[in-house]
Design a protein around this ligand. Structure first.
Ligand code: NAP
Length: 388
């Protein structure tokens, strides 16, 4: 008799289109796991509260119990959450990432045959973006124009630093530390080694912001040379020679990167970025291969990881069974790989490749090619029918 194992996985259905996408994503994940383990492993899903549903039930957008449960299980699948308008939490997503120290935002971007794209050769783009998730201007240290804090900072800069700023300035801080920059670049290099990828590129505006983004680049090189001397070679040290089996580590200024990812996408495989650059770059890359409805994402720390669709709650489509579930299905697939079920992950990718490749598209993609669309639930059924 085959031993049966049950693993517990928390999930947050999310707001807007979240619950309908989550229902489909969970079905696909269950089916792939069942098929790849021949029924030996199943997931016991544990629903957690966050967002508008949580607020209605508990008066809080992010109950402490939700964070505790994710800490306990070490993993969660998360639907999109509405950002509360007004005071309190700036963004629930940022709050979860900071509370659990999920310091790498990991966004794989690849092309699926059959998906309409705005570029001529979308298949040339296949990158994984590692975006620092805890610092930079996203730290949320900012003060409104005219506030006491803004005035105090302006006075301090004038009196102690000799820096003059207009009195009507809003003020924001951009902290970037050696520790956080290095652990992000370390995660990116480890990923490249694990997956046998050829390059790790640090994307920064160090030419302008020398002590934050420039330091990010310098710390990254320092870490690569000290911790991975045999696995990694610096592009500028190669002198036109091939890197052999080593991974090439290089850096690109962010504006240059935005044009190279369009003109020479196949020269890049892992992009390591500070928080804000990564935010822009990940969506720009996703647009090249068909848009946000297809892009999966993960937020990974040392012992905890959450997997989530990168799009938002798209409230106008909520409850209509129309939205594209690929992003959340592929996030679930990344979660399976993270949990050690890579064959289930590969089954799902195959299922999505076949479904999209046969022209079965949800409204967002079908409208671009003028074909008939299928709904969220039907798309999930078609993927399950094509697993592996
Ligand atoms: P959004 O929810 O991502 O939706 C913007 C548009 O993107 C939609 O109107 C739709 O385009 C398209 N879209 C998004 N998801 C789609 C899907 N699965 N299938 C097909 N099309 C999809 O962005 P938003 O309207 O700016 O944000 C709405 C709320 O979500 C806000 O409260 C925001 O803060 C929150 N949000 C949450 C997360 C998160 O939880 N990770 C991320 C981003 C935003 P068309 O109208 O062209 O069809």
């Amino acid at each position: 008799m085959v031993d049966h194992r049950e693993i517990r996985v928390p999930f947050i259905p999310g707001d807007g289109i979240g619950p309908e996408l989550m229902a489909v994503a969970r079905r696909v994940v269950d089916a792939a796991l069942d098929r790849s383990t021949k029924g030996a492993v199943t997931i016991k899903w544990e629903e957690l509260l966050a967002g508008e549903t949580a607020f209605k039930a508990t008066g809080e957008y992010l109950p402490a119990g939700t964070l505790e449960a994710i800490k306990l299980r070490g993993v969660a699948l998360k639907g999109p959450l509405t950002t509360p308008i007004g005071g309190g939490i700036r963004s629930l997503n940022v709050a979860i990432r900071q509370a659990l120290d999920l310091y790498s935002s990991v966004r794989p971007v690849r092309y699926f045959e059959g998906v309409p794209s705005p570029v001529k050769e979308p298949g040339k783009l296949n990158v994984v973006i590692f975006r620092e998730n805890t610092e930079d201007v996203y730290k949320g240290i900012e003060w409104r124009r005219g506030s006491k804090e803004a005035k105090d900072v302006i006075d301090f800069l004038r009196s102690s630093m000799g820096v003059e700023l207009p009195e009507d300035s809003g003020i924001g801080l951009k902290p970037m530390s050696e520790y956080a920059s290095k652990r992000l670049v370390r995660a990116a290099i480890k990923h490249a080694i694990k997956k046998g990828l050829k390059t790790v590129t640090m994307v920064h505006k160090g030419n302008i912001m020398k002590f934050t983004e420039g330091a990010f680049r310098d710390w990254g090189y320092e870490l690569a040379e000290r911790e991975f001397p045999d696995a990694v070679a610096r592009e500028t040290d190669l002198n036109g020679q091939g890197p052999g089996a080593r991974i090439v580590i290089n850096d690109r200024i962010a504006d240059n990167m935005f044009q190279q990812i369009l003109t020479r996408p196949d020269e890049y495989s892992v992009l390591a970025t500070p928080n804000l650059n990564g935010d822009y770059l990940a969506d720009a890359c996703a647009a090249q291969v068909g848009g946000l409805g297809l892009a999966p994402g993960a937020n990974i720390g040392d012992s905890i990881a959450t997997f989530e669709a990168v799009h938002g709650t798209a409230p106008k489509y909520a409850g209509k069974d129309l939205a594209n579930p690929c992003s959340l299905i592929l996030s679930g697939s990344m979660m399976l790989e993270h949990l050690g079920f890579d064959s289930a992950n590969r089954l799902i990718i195959k299922g999505i490749e076949r479904t999209l490749g046969e022209g079965l598209l949800t409204y967002d993609l079908a409208r671009l090619v003028g074909s008939r669309s299928i709904g969220t639930t039907e798309f999930g059924r078609e993927v399950i029918a094509r697993l592996g």
